[in-house]
Design a protein around this ligand. Sequence first.
Ligand code: F6R
Length: 245
Amino acid sequence: MRVRVLTDEKAVARAVARRVEAAIRERPATVLGLPTGRTPVRLYRLLREAHLAGRIDFSRVSTFNLDEFYGLPADHPGSYRTFMETHLFAHVNLSRRRIHFLDGTAKDADAECRRYERAIVKAGGIDLMLLGIGANGHIGFNEPAASLSADTHLARLEPGTRRSNATLFGGRVQAVPREALSMGVGTILRSRAIALIATGEGKADAIAQALEGPVTTRMPASLLQLHPDVEVYLDRAAASRLTAR
Ligand code: F6R
């Protein structure tokens, strides 16, 4: 893993935005994997600005979001689809048919997960997967467990994960769905390149364990150690418990 420690959250967002810009410049039909959450908000703003300034043309780019709450329609104010529309999709020239999302209202969750895996393959696989990390080490909604699902699946959310998503539901934890559809760790690891982004003190323990601890399903982000092309973008606070620096 190539670790880059930058001064603060702003510098992290700038560095990742440059990475995305370079990927699209090199390959205009890049397939991106995208996270939601607090971490990428500033990054998405910079991508919008880069598009407005004429530096990024999204017209041939495809996107696959990592996850979606199960039971929520796409236009629900708390859905990840709504988050993405607000922060990125509505502001750039992505082609609607190249935006891919898990359908939280699918009756048959397994069939929906299989459809998503097939769509990723049909798009040629994910070129650059952007990832955030949970304070418990989750990536996507792959929560720490004795075993993990390799492929896209229906996941149960931990109480802490529901708490950290409460802001999307007006602060009401009870309103956060208990389940979500999520890419599996295998889906993530099949991406050609991965950029893991973490900012703030609250991620420091997870980052230290994921990067320097053993590879274990109890710390899902540690499985990224198995991938040959991972860049980790950290601010000083998130890097503060790494021993190797
Ligand atoms: C979101 C996702 C999650 C988040 C993680 C960090 O699509 O897959 O794994 O990346 O929970 O969330 P924030 O950025 O809010 O700390």
